[in-house]
Write a protein that binds this ligand. Structure first.
Ligand SMILES: [Fe+2]
Ligand SMILES: [Fe+2]
Length: 130
């Protein structure tokens, strides 16, 4: 099966730690997509949403500390963006746990863009600082 997101060199921020964390996020979303395609059960989906939320928080705080150590000037703006991205996942998880939404293709597209737009448009901005 073709993955939802394929790693491409254009995603690289020239930092091995951050690149490997971005690859892990891609893997989690691709796993979610695979479970969605084969109509996996509710427990499986709940587990992936929890993993996506937890790993996202872990990655964002690691990325923020790298930016902070490097004295990245737009750290506060980047943190606000991270907080909004986490809120979106928390919101999806909560609605799913409350059985207010189901997993569908729109959710997959949302997650694909949620991650790739942030890497390509915002993470890329710190490349020359870290
Ligand atoms: Fe970021
Ligand atoms: Fe990132």
């Amino acid at each position: 099966m073709k993955p939802l997101i394929s790693w491409h060199n254009s995603f690289s921020v020239n930092n091995d730690i951050i690149d490997s964390q971005h690859k892990k996020l891609i893997d989690i979303i691709n796993h979610f997509y695979e479970v969605f395609k084969r109509k996996g059960n509710i427990e499986e989906i709940e587990q992936i949403l929890a993993e996506l939320k937890d790993y996202t928080k872990y990655h964002f705080s690691a990325e923020e500390s790298i930016m902070e150590k490097a004295g990245y000037p737009d750290l506060e703006e980047h943190k606000r963006s991270h907080n909004q991205l986490v809120e979106k996942i928390v919101d999806i998880e909560k609605k799913f746990l409350d059985r207010k939404i189901t997993v569908n293709f729109e959710m997959m597209t949302f997650l694909r863009l949620w991650l790739t737009n942030h890497i390509l448009e915002e993470d890329k901005l710190y490349i020359n600082f870290i």
